[in-house]
Design a protein around this ligand. Structure first.
Ligand SMILES: [Zn+2]
Length: 294
């Protein structure tokens, strides 16, 4: 499908309402091939990825946004992040065995999987101040929790629909623009578009193109769809970052591990890339100036 792995913005002509629609396909599959999750966790992970893509679309300057939930359920943490180039990565942590959850399909959706906890949206521009908004995981879907987040943090009325299947994660958002006047026409427009968006079904989101979804929802309205931005899976791990993490562990502990295991092996949990360090390399990390002398 031509809209796979792309994000598009749109506007409703003559109104103060804007929108975004996103679909992740190979980028999503690349991640779920590396990290094999039970289907219901994979689908929730897909929703978090689509959410990161939608929120990431607001990054006008280089930076990173993350959507992270932590809870006391079988899934203890889900985190996805997206930069201004729509490059995404993410991870799920928890006490779940593929087999046990496969047979317990009642454990489905945000509240059953994560339990009681919080959802944090963090916006980190490369230059400028970091912003974080936190809301409780009290509503039963990620879409609802994020709508609540927008209401609390940005005070911008927002509607979000997220859906994921084994092959595609999709999301759509509509939002009132900042400084929208509280006129009765704006109110009517907002009610109109919100009610239409509510009718979108998850299976339509995961199978229809952006044009088809928007036509299905808003064919009676004047809608302007902008050019698409492509989405990809990209992991920002690097040798430098791993070395920095090793420094925080401390030389003594690393040398002990080296002695026991022959070398230090670190596997990136986002992309599965393996980094290996010999005893000499470990020592060099802690004494970079010494290695320069050789
Ligand atoms: Zn990585």
């Amino acid at each position: 499908m031509k809209d796979n792995d792309s994000l598009q913005r749109f506007l409703f002509d003559g109104t103060d309402i804007r929108g975004e629609i996103t679909s992740l396909s190979s980028s999503y599959q690349d991640m779920t091939v590396i990290q094999k999750y039970p289907p219901q966790i994979r689908d929730l992970f897909g929703e978090f990825l689509a959410a990161a893509s939608l929120i990431g679309a607001s990054l006008k300057y280089p930076g990173l946004i993350s959507v992270q939930a932590t809870g006391d359920g079988p899934v203890s943490m889900i985190m996805t992040e997206c930069n201004q180039k729509q490059q995404l990565r993410g991870i799920v942590r928890g006490n779940f065995e593929e087999q046990t959850l496969d047979h317990d399909l009642d454990i489905i959706g945000l509240s059953s999987l994560l339990g009681t906890g919080t959802l944090a949206v963090t916006i980190e521009p490369e230059k400028g101040e970091r912003y974080q908004g936190i809301v409780p995981l009290e509503l039963d879907t990620l879409s609802r929790c994020l709508e609540f987040y927008f209401e609390q943090s940005a005070q911008l009325p927002t509607k979000i629909k997220l859906a994921a299947s084994s092959s595609r994660a999709s999301g759509i958002l509509i939002q009132q623009m900042p400084q929208t006047k509280a006129s009765s026409q704006n109110q009517v427009d907002w009610q109109h578009f919100s009610a239409l968006l509510e009718t979108l079904k998850p299976e339509e989101q995961t199978t229809l193109s952006h044009n088809e979804q928007l036509f299905r929802l808003f064919h009676q309205d004047d809608i302007r769809l902008f050019e698409s931005q492509s989405i990809s899976f990209f992991c920002s791990c690097s040798l430098k970052r791993i070395e920095r993490a090793l420094i925080s562990i401390g030389l003594e502990e690393l040398l002990t591990t080296c002695k026991e295991q022959g070398l230090i092996k670190i596997t990136c949990q986002f992309c599965d890339k393996e980094y290996q360090f010999s005893k000499d390399q470990i020592i060099q990390i802690f004494e970079p100036s010494a290695s320069m002398l050789h």
